[in-house]
Write a protein that binds this ligand. Structure first.
Ligand code: ZN
Length: 47
């Protein structure tokens, strides 16, 4: 997670291996869903 310079709670996760990004909203409609998406992104990118 990389918070932006304005202090808003959003950011993104980046795969260092292939450079793919997943933008993470700080105010998702469904935080549980968003957490799962991030979790899946991380797992998918354990090359
Ligand atoms: Zn990757």
């Amino acid at each position: 997670m990389v918070p932006d310079k304005n202090g808003h709670r959003w950011g993104w996760v980046v795969c260092c291996t292939c450079g793919a990004r997943h933008i993470v909203s700080g105010t998702p409609k469904n935080p549980g869903n968003e957490a799962k998406r991030v979790d899946r992104f991380v797992k998918d990118h354990q090359h």
